[in-house]
Design a protein around this ligand. Structure first.
Ligand code: ATP
Ligand code: MG
Length: 474
């Protein structure tokens, strides 16, 4: 964080639009301030695109006049019910609001809103670092108004609420999610009293819509260290409420002196590994969910110890339910996560046994273009503390990777298209569409994947003719 005096803030707010807002406000005898995230990000030297302006008086009136003065390319939208207005001009996005006081009733996020002073407005904001304002009126241009010492909290890297945190969180429980999101995104600590209020108010999260909750989660999932967000959710007790399946991964059980690893902390480690390897948002979700089927499949076998048989398939089935409930997209992105969850054991099994052509070919066939992401996930999944064991897996994975390249060049399995089509088979043997056609087709596929024949049209044709003859008994 850098320190900024009035002079420096004035220089940083040199864009003509800030002076224009100040002029318009001066003419109307109103005060106008740039406020919230934009001011915070000036101190943190982070880029920010949306600019929030608070007017002591009518934000809408100032917005109207600003839009007029910006010229005919500026676009104004007024939200009368909320007392806000938006002005868009090219890449510029300005949000205007009148300073307000809010009072909340217990069972809703919808407050009773009245006009208020600047400080009333700053009080109702979520965190001290988000409650700083810089004046835009000519006489006071660049003056910082920071009644809750947001600058100190920026300096100490702390998330704290301007008011009693129980009041801030209870009034609008979405702020609990924002608290964890900012702590994760900015790599700040949560001030201890604020953290305790998260624990006390966690049940209030139930009045918040899932869409808003997932928005905050997606913001921290896209940040540099998303595992921290899940860790904080776990520690304050919110995780159990908003994502019980993930919470269920936590814990270690011991039987006959044998313990299994804690799958929650393991999962967060895998998530961190995937982030380090450059994994995008959806590979991160795959990492988070790769073992989600483990609690349901956990058994103790006196001979083998703890087992989680088929947890990948159980996990695969859980993914759509989880995506639907969390309000994540139900399209190809979900299918991708599902596929990785389902296949995440395969490279390990292959590497653990023998790396045969046929096993690798089948893996390539099923993973298709997602094979590289799958391999990345599997390497991230090796969190063993035993260096020797870890190295053995990594070496075997290297072998799998080499074989993948090798087979890919020879057989082009990744974009597998059967070299003889169903139509061709029907025509050849004068068959109507029937089960036999399917049987022959899948026999060709298996023959190619098992390396019995090469992935070529002539060889496949020859094979299918022989097979059909055999099946008819001559
Ligand atoms: P970012 O844009 O990076 O998500 P931001 O702080 O700008 O961060 P916005 O959601 O754009 O967040 O909100 C702008 C400002 O409005 C915040 O800085 C804060 O002052 C205020 N604010 C937003 N949501 C809330 C809320 N739920 N409760 C209180 N104040 C809020
Ligand atoms: Mg913002």
């Amino acid at each position: 964080m850098r320190h900024l005096d009035r002079q420096q803030l004035t220089e940083l707010l040199a864009a003509p639009v800030f002076h224009l807002i100040g002029e318009v406000a001066d003419e109307m005898h109103l005060e106008a301030y740039v406020v919230g995230g934009y001011v915070r990000d000036l101190f943190l030297e982070r880029p920010s695109k949306d600019i929030d302006v608070v007017v002591v008086g009518s934000g809408i009136q100032v917005a109207r006049q600003v839009a007029v003065r910006l010229g005919r390319h500026a676009h104004l939208s007024v939200f009368k019910n909320f007392g806000t207005a938006q002005v868009k001009d090219g890449a510029l996005e300005l949000e205007f609001v009148g300073a307000r006081r809010e009072s909340y009733s217990h069972d809703s996020r919808k407050p009773i809103v009245e006009d208020g002073t600047l400080e009333d407005d700053q009080q109702r904001r979520d965190f001290t670092i988000n409650a700083m304002a810089v004046c835009l009126n000519r006489e006071r241009f660049g003056e910082l108004v920071d009644p809750f010492d947001g600058v100190w909290d920026l300096e100490d890297r702390l998330i704290a609420t301007p008011l009693d945190p129980d009041v801030t969180f209870s009034d609008d429980p979405l702020r609990m999610m924002r608290c964890i999101r900012f702590a994760t995104q900015l790599n700040f600590e949560i001030e201890p009293e604020t953290f305790e209020a998260l624990e006390r108010n966690r049940e209030r999260i139930r009045i918040i819509s899932q869409e808003r909750i997932i928005d905050e989660i997606q913001k921290f999932m896209a940040s540099d260290a998303p595992a921290r967000g899940w860790e904080l959710l776990f520690q304050c007790g919110l995780l159990e409420i908003i994502f019980p399946e993930l919470y269920a991964l936590h814990g270690i059980e011991t039987m006959n002196g044998r313990a299994h690893k804690d799958n929650f902390w393991h999962t967060l480690e895998v998530l961190t590994n995937v982030v380090r390897a450059g994994g995008d948002l959806w590979l991160r979700w795959a990492a988070l969910l790769h073992d989600i089927g483990k609690p349901k499949t956990k058994r103790f076998d006196p001979a083998a110890g703890w087992t989680f048989h088929n947890h990948n398939f159980v996990g695969e089935k859980m993914v759509p339910q989880i995506f639907r409930r969390l309000k994540l997209p139900l399209d190809d992105r979900m299918k991708y996560v599902q596929k990785l969850v389902s296949l995440h054991m395969r490279p390990i099994v292959i590497a653990d046994e023998e790396v045969t052509d046929s096993a690798v070919r089948r893996l390539l066939f099923e993973a298709g273009d997602d094979i590289d992401d799958l391999m990345l996930l599997c390497e991230a999944d090796i969190t063993s503390k035993n260096q020797q064991r870890k190295q053995r897996f990594l070496d075997n994975f290297q072998l799998v990777r080499e074989k993948l390249v090798d087979l890919e060049e020879r057989d082009r399995i990744r974009c597998f298209q059967p070299p003889v089509s169903g139509e061709e088979i029907m025509e050849l043997f004068h068959l109507p569409p029937c089960r036999e056609v399917g049987v022959l087709k899948s026999a060709v596929k298996d023959a190619i994947l098992d390396g019995v024949i090469p992935n070529e049209h002539d060889a496949a044709l020859e094979f299918v003719i022989q097979l059909h003859r055999k099946r008819r008994g001559n």
